[in-house]
Design a protein around this ligand. Structure first.
Ligand SMILES: Nc1ncnc2c1ncn2[C@@H]1O[C@H](COP(=O)(O)O)[C@@H](OP(=O)(O)O)[C@H]1O
Ligand SMILES: [Mg+2]
Ligand SMILES: [Mg+2]
Ligand SMILES: [Mg+2]
Length: 310
């Protein structure tokens, strides 16, 4: 069994339990919110989900570097029992030849225990995802996106609540049906809680038919994959490597693309800067990516570049 398939399989299992914790904390209603900066919230769910994910994956893969969004006291153990099981459906997949021989030290796992925290605290629950991204030699190769409240408005059947999607370069994506967005239209999805003038100016320059403002990098990439939007536009600083690693890998596995505003892929090795200073641009197909890239005003791009060098 290849290391990568085992790692994705374990990530799917632990992401599912992290989702249960996120639902449990919301049900009990004690979110214990702190602001880490300006409009940068953290709840008990972010903390508990990250402890579970990092401790569980570390137990199985002690030599792999794992980087999580939340800065937590390393001495504080997970209060939840660890997940050391493997998701069987992933284990049946054949690892592409190019990844068969990768070593622990080639791998970095990027964990966003709860993406869309702002929306979580406001009760916009289907914006929330758990993101586990796997980078190999600096490249986003596989991603797990768990959406704990998928179907929560439609379903009364608890067994249908939530879904887990995963994808790997050279293998494809599972748990989601890719759909082409409507032809002859331009639908853009973007942030609802971290907007800026640069974002608004860029969207205006794209002359869209519709703009969907929702929370979460993971959630917006799912909208792009399911054909609800043509592109996810965020020409602003604020997103970090744990926001984009899993979404980038998942998108790539189905022929889409996630880059900075210049069209360059981000790197995900353990020494990279965590901030995605040059913004995020994601599209459903690599063929349309350049159009969106070129439509972002030059002034917006230059400003991002200047700020990133400061
Ligand atoms: N200005 C900013 N400050 C802090 N985090 C930001 C940010 N802009 C974007 N992000 C983070 O990027 C992710 C996607 O943002 P958005 O939902 O606004 O599109 C969120 O992840 P988290 O919810 O995991 O923190 C969000 O916090
Ligand atoms: Mg956060
Ligand atoms: Mg996030
Ligand atoms: Mg988060």
């Amino acid at each position: 069994m290849s290391l990568l398939i085992k790692l994705i399989s374990a990530s799917v299992s632990v992401a599912n339990k992290a989702g249960s914790i996120i639902r449990e904390i919301m049900r009990k209603g004690d979110l214990n919110i702190v602001d880490k900066g300006i409009n940068d919230l953290q709840t008990e769910a972010d903390r508990r989900a990250q402890r579970l994910i990092v401790s569980s994956l570390t137990k199985i893969f002690p030599k792999i570097t794992i980087i999580g969004e939340e800065q937590l006291d390393a001495n504080e153990a997970s209060s939840d029992s660890l997940v050391t099981s493997f998701d069987n459906s992933v284990l049946t997949v054949k690892c592409p030849q190019e990844y068969v021989d990768i070593k622990d030290e080639d791998v970095v796992v990027w964990v966003d225990p709860l993406d869309g925290t702002s929306e979580y605290t406001q009760g916009l629950l289907d914006h929330v995802t758990v993101l586990i991204g796997v980078a190999v030699k600096g490249e986003a190769v596989a991603g797990v996106i768990h959406q704990p409240y998928y179907n929560y408005k439609l379903e009364t059947d608890a067994s249908k609540l939530g879904r887990t999607i995963w994808g790997m370069n050279g293998v494809g994506a599972f748990g989601i049906n890719r759909k082409q967005p409507p032809e002859g239209k331009r639908i853009i999805t973007t942030t609802r809680s971290h907007s800026s003038k640069a974002i608004n100016d860029s969207i205006k320059a794209m002359n869209p038919d519709q703009v969907i403002e929702v929370g979460g990098a993971g959630h917006k990439v799912l909208l792009v994959i399911e054909g609800e939007a043509h592109a996810y536009i965020f020409p602003s600083p604020g997103c970090k490597k744990w926001d984009t690693c899993a979404p980038e890998a998942l998108l790539r596995s189905i022929g889409g693309k996630l880059t900075d505003v210049f069209g360059n892929s981000y790197k995900y090795d353990s020494t990279v800067k965590h901030a995605n200073d040059l913004g995020v641009l994601a599209t459903y197909s690599a063929a349309v990516h350049d159009w969106y890239c070129n439509a972002i005003p030059e002034e917006v791009k230059i400003n991002l570049l200047h700020k990133s060098n400061m």
